[in-house]
Design a binder for this molecule. Structure first.
Ligand code: SAM
Length: 267
């Protein structure tokens, strides 16, 4: 499967994803993943940012509200329609562009920073995507991204519960087996059945790497690793969203910030 075919599947997912996420059913994003990502982000006020794989623009808008001059790019036109509508309803100066992470339609050095929330593991040809991001960043600029945690998002995974039904472990396997576009079908588990039944499940092509492959690919591209995060819910998050308690037992997400060296940096 190539990036255009992947994009077509995402286009089909866009309506259900947007309706359910905007209704508050992407609870791992809202309660855990995005707050941790934003807490790890450096100051971005006044900087030119690209949000790669922006979807319907939820996180792009959060970045714009922090004062960044944002561009959102996605391969799926339907997601961008929803993003445009949100921009019209609440103008934040975000421009949305349809394109692919494999061929970013921007000149070299166009951005001070690039974010990719849960989108890089949805694109084929990761070395090429990293090379494109590197090119589009100015020297000294940074990339910060989130992905499903490669150590727990494996082809075989089963929750292990104790006698009281509490999640206590994850059985996993197939860690070294690379997925190259195999399609998984799923939906937001917390959405009520009545809402879920209005839509087909999402069809998501998966492109996996081991943890060391992700980090080595970044280093081989020329990036310097600056910060790594594995968000887990604190007490306040658990109180608000008890459903994410399992994310305190095994890691769901991996956050990485890397920097393109500045011209004057020593090597
Ligand atoms: C899991 S969704 C995440 C959306 C958004 N970042 C969020 O956090 O809500 C992955 C996104 O990556 C986009 N995508 C997949 N392949 C892409 C590619 N080659 N170039 C740009 N975007 C892509 C999909 O269309 C989808 O919007």
């Amino acid at each position: 499967m190539d990036h255009l075919e992947t994009g077509r599947l995402w286009n089909e997912n866009a309506e259900a994803w947007t309706v359910m996420a905007r209704a508050g059913y992407d609870i791992y994003r809202d309660c855990l993943n995005t707050p941790a990502f934003m807490a790890m982000l450096p100051e971005i006020e006044g900087l030119r940012g690209l949000d790669l794989g922006c979807g319907e623009g939820h996180n792009t808008r959060l970045l714009a509200r922090r004062g960044a001059v944002m561009t959102g790019l996605d391969i799926a036109g339907r997601f961008l329609q929803y993003a445009h509508e949100a921009e019209l309803a609440e103008p934040l100066g975000v421009r949305y562009i349809q394109g692919s992470g494999l061929t970013l339609p921007f000149p070299a050095g166009a951005f001070d920073f690039i974010t990719a929330f849960m989108s890089l593991m949805d694109m084929p040809a990761t070395p090429r995507v990293f090379a494109e991001i590197y090119r589009a960043l100015k020297p000294g600029g940074f990339l910060q991204f989130s992905i499903t945690h490669p150590c727990s998002d494996t082809p075989i995974r089963r929750k292990v519960k104790d006698d009281r039904g509490q999640d206590v472990a994850l059985e996993l396997g197939g860690y070294f087996h690379r997925l190259e576009g195999q399609v998984e079908a799923w939906t937001f588990g917390s959405a009520p059945q009545e809402l879920r039944s209005r839509f087909d499940p999402f069809h998501v092509p998966r492109y996996t790497h081991t943890l060391s492959d992700w980090l080595n690919l970044l280093v081989e591209t020329g990036f310097v690793i600056e910060r790594v995060g594995e968000p887990r819910p604190d007490e306040a998050a658990l109180k608000r969203c008890p459903q994410v308690a399992d994310a305190g037992v095994w890691p769901y997400f991996l956050h990485v910030r890397v920097r393109k060296p500045d011209v004057g940096d020593c090597h």
